[in-house]
Design a protein around this ligand. Structure first.
Ligand code: CTP
Ligand SMILES: C[C@](O)(CO)[C@H](O)COP(=O)(O)O
Length: 225
């Protein structure tokens, strides 16, 4: 059963306040791939599907020239940046998407919004395809981990805003830190729908990821990816 009617307002919330330590090129959302910032690419992919776009920026920085959005100042962690974004909108449904995932297919956005409207919380994710092992204390092969039913979580993640805000405020009260927003919902016992994501939705985290993004961008921009 749908929670919301057809006229529900949807906001895209983009945490873009990270420092990009692992990439090493300064604030990562501003890094350009084939002439467009990572943030610009993410915002442009979301904008056609939502009523407004909000971006959390590092303190003292303004939006890159290729982005139009309302802004808030982010926090010291992704979690506090998302909380600042949540407090800045009254949309009924929110889509949280990393600025650092620039190749976002419209079909994934639509599927996450539909699932969030249906059950209140959803995330893009991909079934794990590699063999998984937990390293031993010395860093060598430790324990084989069955990959059956294991998914790698991506963004966008979609939520009823009231549900996600309550989960964030409970986490703040408890001093609980999660690496994503769906994890905060699961912590409170809420259901989260796994929506098939996309291999092209990888997060630009390391220099190797940036090289992949630079290779993919011309094909993506030409509509051929
Ligand atoms: N204090 C923070 C930290 C992260 N993010 C955002 O959360 C997303 C995912 O974070 P990540 O890829 O880890 O980015 P960084 O924190 O910038 O990277 P690093 O950990 O290498 O410094 C990014 O869009 C990033 O800008 C944020 O808004 N506020
Ligand atoms: C939200 C996320 O992208 C889902 O995979 C991920 O948890 C972010 O992790 P990071 O260490 O903040 O990049």
């Amino acid at each position: 059963m749908a929670h919301e009617g057809p006229g529900v307002r949807v906001a895209a919330l983009i945490p873009a306040a990270g420092s990009g330590t692992r990439l090493g090129l300064g604030p990562k959302a501003f890094v350009e791939v084939a002439g467009r910032s990572l943030l610009g690419r993410s915002a442009a992919a979301l904008a056609p599907h939502v009523d407004e776009v909000l971006v959390a920026l590092p303190a003292g920085l303004e939006l890159p020239a290729d982005v139009t959005a309302r802004t808030v100042t982010g926090g010291d962690t992704r979690q506090t940046s998302v909380l600042a974004l949540l407090r800045a909108t009254d949309a009924e449904v929110v889509l949280v998407h990393d600025a650092a995932r620039p190749f976002l297919p419209g079909a994934v956005v639509r599927a996450v919004i539909a699932a969030a409207r249906e059950i209140g919380a959803a995330t893009a994710a991909l079934p794990v395809a590699d063999t998984l092992v937990r390293a031993g204390p010395g860093g060598d092969w430790g324990t084989l981990t069955p990959r059956e039913r294991l998914w790698a979580v991506q963004t966008p993640q979609g939520f009823r805003r009231d549900v996600l805000l309550a989960a964030h405020e409970a986490a703040l009260t408890d001093g609980f830190a999660a690496t994503d927003d769906a994890g905060l919902i699961a912590r409170t016992g809420g259901a989260v729908r796994l929506v098939p994501g996309d291999a092209r939705l990888f997060k630009v985290t390391t220099p190797g990821d940036l090289a992949l993004a630079q290779a993919l961008a011309p094909v993506w921009d030409a509509g051929g990816a």
